[in-house]
Design a binder for this molecule. Structure first.
Ligand code: TRP
Length: 331
């Protein structure tokens, strides 16, 4: 299993409930590799100093969330040079047309202007394909927004195998466990997914937010004007998106179905107080562990160095296979 996360350093509750907590689970069920994809971060403008900080913060957060280097391989993408090298070989396998059809490219290029968009942004999905294919990956946990990139990865691997002989394993997307694919919405705009790229901070619970900040954000979450009483709190994402989102959060944290949890409430105040408590309690140990890592960045760097060395054992073998298949002269 392989998955990657961008080094933004500001992961939020949506990232945690939608992805990270499953990564923690998957460690014991699969041979899992998790990668902080710093090279992907270079596809859009950013500050160099911020990038290395965010990379370390993101790795520390993953460890604080429960990734355990004795049960998985955690590493930084740029520490394993084969990611960039295999990307080139795969860029010579992909076509302009298929990359042009990637909806994420079209969205981002439309926003910032295609003329000034970085070539790396266009090639982004090929780098992602290299990440995945280097590890003979069977399974890739990805969100909906990355499905198309995974399809492209499969296409590239199949095309390569047909052209140059069997080299890569064809990966599959992992569907979140039943009922587990929690889709957490923005607290201020519950029709939109919680996401740092679109929401204002008021609608996003960051994993490192202080308890009082979390309480305030949840209390101010947008609901609706239905009067309290039986049936006011019900699971109905279309008619009552704000209330349903709070129920979804409670269900994800306490177990059970949001429909059933709804039955225990008649007013929004109590629902909000309980949702805030559940989030604060869940984050407390994570934040404590994070603070320990933040005080000892050397220990995180040592974990990442060890992860990179274990990852590159695998990546170098796959890469050698690929370079030989495509006809590069043996070294
Ligand atoms: N593109 C992914 C995202 O933005 C991150 C990523 C990079 C990734 N490489 C990957 C995810 C490989 C899964 C597998 O979320």
């Amino acid at each position: 299993m392989f998955s990657g996360i961008q080094p933004t350093g500001t992961s939020h509750l949506g990232n945690y409930l939608g992805a990270l907590r499953w990564w923690v689970d998957f460690q014991d069920r699969y041979d899992a590799l998790y990668c902080v994809v710093d090279l992907h971060a270079l596809t859009i403008p950013g500050d160099p100093e911020e990038l290395s900080k965010a990379t370390l913060t993101t790795a520390s957060l993953l460890l604080a969330a429960g990734l355990d280097p004795s049960r998985c391989i955690l590493f930084v993408q740029s520490h394993v040079h084969q990611h960039a090298e295999l990307t080139w070989l795969l860029e010579c396998t992909a076509s302009m047309g298929e990359l042009n059809r990637m909806t994420q490219w079209k969205d981002k290029a439309a926003k910032g202007g295609e003329e000034s968009a970085r070539v790396g942004l266009f090639a982004y999905p090929v780098l992602m394909a290299a990440d995945i294919l280097l590890y003979d990956t069977d399974l890739v946990p990805v969100g909906d927004d990355q499905r198309q990139h995974l399809e492209l990865t499969r296409d590239l691997a199949q095309r390569w195998n047909t052209r140059y002989g069997d080299t890569f394993t064809i990966p599959n997307a992992v569907i979140a466990p039943a009922g587990g694919g929690a889709r957490i919405m923005d607290l201020q705009d519950p029709l939109r997914k919680m996401s740092k790229s679109s929401g204002s901070d008021a609608g996003i619970i960051y994993l490192l937010d202080d308890p009082d900040v979390i309480e305030r954000k949840v209390k101010r979450a947008v609901t609706d004007l239905d009067p309290p009483g039986p049936g006011a709190v019900r699971w109905d994402p279309d008619e009552k998106p704000g209330v349903s989102n709070l129920l979804e959060i409670l269900a994800a944290l306490r177990g059970g179905k949001p429909e059933e949890i709804a039955a225990g409430y008649e007013n929004y105040g109590k629902l909000k107080a309980d949702a805030a408590d559940a989030v604060i309690e869940m984050l407390r140990p994570l934040q404590e562990r994070y603070r320990e890592y933040a005080q000892d960045p050397g220990s995180v760097q040592a974990i990442l160095a060890d992860g990179a060395s274990r990852a590159s054992d695998i990546a170098s073998r796959t890469y050698e296979r690929a370079r030989s298949a495509i006809g590069l002269l043996p070294r």
